[in-house]
Write a protein that binds this ligand. Structure first.
Ligand code: NAD
Length: 387
């Protein structure tokens, strides 16, 4: 019998379950390129339910307990005496979501002798120390594509929010009870005609490019894997050989690479300084891809006209994190990939991965980040580890 430890975000302050705004969600069965949505043998939840919090338990409790496995769910993950640290000692599997990451550091992996599998319910496994997972011959798997479109929609929303300067206009009519048109429009522009770039044209980056195409913008990208010529032609893409060339060419830059040694701290003072004055950055990838304080300074000086995103470091961030109070931001907590629509898919995907692992069947290649002592599947394509 296995022990599965899930580290999930806390329940809503208003109690669980919340009052749902809608009765159902559209059924998505596949993704661009032909990958199918998760195919577990069954699920024990109604798609559209809140599954990512402690009481939601990713809809896994009945399945695991009926098999005789132990299922522990907690949101308590910080500090040496956390439930995560205590329960990790004899856990076989840890499941966590990037929105409330269980940081599986090298020390924690060393202290978890039974740990064989880390599942990311969502996408992005940088919260696991991948070199340690490799050294311990663990498997790291995530639910590839489960929330890619959710994030792409959020990124497009935040690009429009920043460039149109939506946040201050909203504040004028709500908290300030005003009607200040001149104040509201004095930093408001259209994206039409702008140069918009995407760093990392994988599943999310490509979805962002496709969604931006009808806005009559010029689309740019850089990725270590260049897209097929027919895709570049179809979308009218301008490819850049490096992030520097991309950053200097665009008015708006949206970041969609994983966090790994090549991308950590990429957007430092120098790279942000090489962008056009008044550029915008949207980062729904990972916070550590940008230099936290360089972003704040660039917003204060006017080098950046706006910064938005949903990813922070650490998560949750402290109350005095400077991104909570910097000017010209349109930040959200890490929510883009945890819409109720996405939760249905990644909860089903977590179950599919567990079913495979518990039954000794192979996990889909596209779900793998680490396996067999090295990067594998999607991990081999999109990540590097410091060598
Ligand atoms: P993906 O693997 O399909 O695409 C990543 C792309 O980045 C690949 O095309 C890869 O070649 C490219 N890349 C990697 N390193 C690069 C580098 N150094 N320079 C240029 N390109 C590079 O992954 P995806 O599904 O598109 O997700 C991308 C990332 O988005 C995830 O790793 C995760 O960190 C983040 N994400 C965030 C949320 C959220 O809720 N905010 C949800 C899902 C994913």
């Amino acid at each position: 019998m296995a022990k599965i430890l899930a580290v999930l975000y806390p329940d809503p302050v208003g109690g669980y379950p919340p009052n749902y705004a809608r009765d159902d969600i559209p059924r998505v069965t596949g993704y661009p390129g032909g990958q199918t949505a998760p195919t577990p043998q069954a699920v024990d939840f109604n798609p559209g339910e809140l599954l990512g919090c402690v009481s939601g338990g990713l809809g896994l409790r009945d399945f695991l307990e009926s098999r005789g496995d132990t299922f522990v769910v907690t949101s308590d993950k910080e500090g040496p005496d956390s439930t995560l640290d205590r329960e990790l000692a004899d856990a076989d599997v840890v499941i966590s979501q990037p929105f409330w990451p269980a940081y599986l550091t090298a020390e924690r992996i060393d202290a978890a002798p039974r740990l064989r599998l880390a599942i990311t319910a969502g996408i992005g496994s940088d919260h696991v120390d991948l070199p340690s997972a490799i050294a311990h011959d663990m498997t790291v798997a995530e639910v590839t594509y489960s929330n890619s479109i959710s994030v792409a929609e959020h990124a497009v929303m935040q690009i429009l929010t920043l460039v149109h300067d939506y946040m201050p206009a909203h504040e004028w009519v709500t908290s300030k009870k005003g009607w200040n048109i001149a104040d509201s429009v004095s930093r408001s522009y259209d994206i039409e005609g702008m140069d918009i770039g995407v760093l990392g044209a994988g599943r999310i980056g490509q979805a962002v490019l496709r969604r931006l195409k009808p806005f009559d913008v010029r689309l740019h990208y850089h990725d270590v894997h260049r897209l097929p010529e027919e895709v570049e032609e179809e979308l009218g893409l301008i490819w850049h050989p490096d992030p520097q060339s991309l950053a200097a060419a665009v008015d708006v830059l949206s970041i969609h690479t994983p966090l790994h040694p090549q991308t950590q701290n990429l957007f430092d003072e120098e790279l942000i300084g090489a962008m056009k004055r008044g550029s915008y950055i949207v980062n729904t990838a990972r916070a550590l891809i940008v230099d936290r304080d360089a972003v704040v300074r660039a917003l204060e000086s006017g080098q950046l006209a706006g910064y938005a995103g949903d990813v922070w470091y650490p998560q949750p961030p402290p109350e005095d994190h400077p991104w909570r109070t910097m000017p010209h931001e349109a930040m959200t907590p890490h929510v883009s990939g945890s819409t109720l629509s996405a939760q249905a898919r990644y909860a089903a995907g977590a179950r599919e991965i567990l079913e495979c692992w518990l039954d000794g069947r192979p996990i889909r290649q596209e779900y793998l980040i680490v396996e067999g002592g090295g990067l594998a599947g999607s991990g081999a394509r999109s990540y590097t580890v410091a060598g």
